[in-house]
Design a protein around this ligand. Structure first.
Ligand code: GLV
Ligand code: MN
Ligand code: MN
Ligand code: MN
Length: 414
């Protein structure tokens, strides 16, 4: 168990990172490679160096802090998460896995004997899609699912490409071609994260062990109708892009409710109505669709039905609907061996736990493509996340860190 000073240290790290925030008046906003995000990177690198860890970065800005093992030629053990955020977020999403990993390394370094394998703490670049509309940029590139060409095509709202931004910050000289991680070169990876759902909180459990991670499929949708006068155009003559968008959104919700998979979720989180005026029938509407599932087949069935709905709405409402696929990611099953290791650590510490599904995605979704992965969850108060109201008690985080440290140590000595 962590002592008071160690819990205070965790709290201090989390609160210090939270100072790097572009919306202090409403939650925490730390968007990839904005000044606050760059400052938070500098801060965490400085804290890593204070612990004498070996720090380096790759061509997409993933940060690595290495605790060298006695046998560094063995495949290393990984841990880590992210420090970027969605707009107006909370203080814990991602940050807990980064500072929790740092504290775990600090605890392991206090032991007399160094572990056999090296342990690497990673801060993955842009787990959130906030800036470039695509999630898990750093871990996606490691998995070979984000190529140099993709980086030249990904645009932010100001028209900058990801490749251009990486160039301007000097990251690209680290070599895009070296980003992909070979399968088998990492022994195993464990990510500590807040649950972002209310199961642990409701059941009064301190720890969740993730057995599978839901994966997102994202679309940008553009509905083209006819912009016209709100009073002058009769109900039969109008081609209202907004009403068509609403019908598609509600059809999507119905499909999710009818899904046979318990973990299907769908969200329309961003909408742009043109021209957005009280007395004008909208001519164009753009909106986002986020579809997730732990069962790939169920997700594909839902997408097939959604496409049928698109055709139906186009003909009934005389509009054009364009669905632009952003990503179609594959759910990840966690590694039974690592899950068992975490369970044994919990049992030996007398910590109650349950196995669970992660509805949120994480960098582990992509790390799992080249290494065995599992995740440790700590409770989110009332299950709220991606919100300024996100909260996890520091004592609860400390329990997760303790389990993480012991798991990493066991893996590093295997
Ligand atoms: C990202 O954090 C997500 O799961 O949406
Ligand atoms: Mn998040
Ligand atoms: Mn996260
Ligand atoms: Mn996430």
């Amino acid at each position: 168990m962590l002592n008071h000073a160690e819990i205070d240290n965790l709290k201090n790290w989390i609160e210090s990172i939270n100072e790097f925030n572009s919306t202090p008046e409403f939650g925490t906003t730390r968007v990839l490679f904005t000044p606050v995000e760059i400052q938070s990177r500098e801060y965490i690198k400085a804290e890593m160096k204070k612990l004498n860890l070996n720090v380096h970065e790759d061509a997409i800005g993933n940060i690595y802090a290495v605790l060298e093992g006695r046998n560094p030629q063995l495949e290393p053990v990984w841990t880590g998460s992210h420090i970027d955020s969605v707009l107006n977020a909370g203080m814990f999403d991602g940050v807990v896995g980064v500072v929790g990993g740092l504290e775990a390394l600090r605890l392991i370094m206090q032991l007399e004997v160094r572990p056999e394998r090296s342990i690497v703490l990673i801060v993955y670049t842009s787990e959130e899609p906030t800036r470039f509309g695509l999630s898990c940029l750093g871990s996606r590139a490691m998995a070979g699912r984000l190529t140099k060409e993709d980086m030249h095509q990904l645009l932010d709202k100001d028209g900058n490409t990801l490749a251009g931004v990486l160039d301007s910050l000097g990251y690209s000289r680290n070599g895009f071609e070296r980003l992909a991680v070979a399968r088998g070169s990492v022994y195993g990876a464990v990510e500590l994260h807040i649950e972002q759902n209310g199961v642990l909180d409701k059941e009064g459990l301190p720890v969740g062990i993730v057995k599978a991670i839901c994966a997102p499929t994202n679309y940008m949708v553009e509905v083209q109708g006819c912009q016209s006068h709100a009073g002058g155009t009769s109900m039969t003559a109008r081609r209202d892009a907004y009403m068509a968008a609403c019908e598609l959104a509600l059809s999507l919700e119905k499909l999710a409710r009818e899904s046979l998979s318990e973990y299907t979720t769908v969200t329309v989180g961003w909408v742009d109505v043109v021209p957005n005026a009280v007395n004008v029938i909208p001519g164009t509407v753009r909106f986002s669709i986020d579809i997730r599932d732990v069962d790939f087949q169920s997700k594909n069935i839902l997408i097939g039905r959604l496409e049928e709905e698109v055709g139906r709405i186009e003909s009934v409402r005389n509009v054009k609907i364009r669905m632009i696929l952003q990503n179609h990611d594959i759910p990840m099953k966690c590694d039974e061996g690592i899950i068992k290791t975490i369970e044994n650590v919990c049992l030996s510490q007398g910590i109650d736990y349950r196995r669970m599904i992660s509805g949120a995605y994480h960098d582990s979704l992509f790390v799992g493509e080249f290494a065995p992965v599992a995740m440790i969850f700590v409770p989110s108060k009332k299950g709220i996340s991606h919100s300024p109201d996100e909260w996890t008690d520091y004592e609860d985080i400390a329990v997760g860190v303790d389990i993480l440290a012991n798991t990493l140590l066991t893996m590093a000595n295997t």
